[in-house]
Design a protein around this ligand. Structure first.
Ligand SMILES: [Zn+2]
Length: 274
């Protein structure tokens, strides 16, 4: 066992942070990597998310027909997009399709807008149809930890219009659980609060997932570090612990190799770093 000490601000990082109209993104260090180029601009995505995206693209030959249109954005960039959309398309359109600056998933580096390769590509609403290579991408995405974040039937939950082109990395197995249960990220984060760490974890395949409410000061979590695990903040009030159970040899998923987030494998843990 190992005790992970988490600071209050650690709830703002990890692959499961909920960023929406209610919960803003808290700026912090991000490890970004090159996801492509579009319109002369380099597209950057969080490194772990990018690795999984590229594996998926490789599997389906996706980059031959799909282009990355927008991924990580600074707060300033989000503000510019907001202002420009407001000026060109008006308030109703902007509120439906552009997140309020400070509240955009694009600021996390975990979201990417994708478009079918065409002569003309709309920056705000790229064409990403429910057929052909785009649909193949959509169907395979959950295996790689990616979800289509803004579904038509979840507009009242997400407060964002239907966006067939916007994908968010949440990691495995979370994307698959959300797809199976038909949850938007908001609903999934709420759902997990019923599964308390150390008491009644939610079991999915070879994972157990549970919630720890953040304490007033630091939060200490004792984890079984003989098994791969990951801890993510939820950006609201606590942490989600994902632990692999059962045999270890099958879990060489890069999801669980050490990265700069609150995560770790077999003692190689960095949750208490400053
Ligand atoms: Zn987007």
């Amino acid at each position: 066992m190992r005790t992970i000490v988490l600071r209050k601000e650690d709830i703002y990082k990890g692959y499961l942070i909920l960023v929406n109209r209610k919960y803003q993104y808290h700026e912090q260090h991000q490890e970004l990597s090159h996801a492509g180029t579009w319109n002369g601009e380099e597209i950057l995505l969080e490194s772990g998310a990018n690795r999984e995206l590229n594996k998926l693209m490789e599997e389906i030959g996706g980059w031959d027909q799909i282009v990355p249109v927008s991924a990580w954005r600074s707060l300033e960039e989000q503000q510019e997009i907001w202002n420009q959309s407001l000026a060109e398309s008006g308030q109703a359109f902007t509120e439906q399709y552009v997140a309020v600056p400070g509240h955009s998933e694009h600021q996390t580096g975990l979201a990417i807008d994708l478009g079918l390769k065409q002569v003309e590509i709309d920056f705000i609403r790229p064409y990403f149809p429910y057929e052909g290579i785009c649909q193949t991408f959509r169907q395979r995405a959950v295996k790689y930890g990616l979800i289509q974040r803004y579904q038509e039937e979840k507009q009242s939950v997400t407060q964002i219009g239907h966006e067939p082109w916007h994908f968010r990395y949440v990691g495995t197995p979370h994307a698959e659980i959300m797809a199976q249960k038909g949850f938007a990220l908001e609903e999934y984060i709420t759902f997990l609060k019923d599964y308390c760490y150390g008491r009644n974890p939610f079991i999915f395949q070879t994972y157990q997932i549970s919630f720890v409410k953040a304490a007033g000061g630091v939060t200490e979590i004792a984890v079984d570090d003989a098994q791969p695990y990951r801890i993510s903040g939820n950006n609201c009030d606590g942490f989600i612990v994902t632990q692999v159970i059962g045999k270890t040899e099958a879990y060489q998923s890069p999801d669980y190799s050490g990265d700069n987030r609150v995560t770790g494998v077999n003692g190689k843990e960095d949750g208490d770093e400053s």
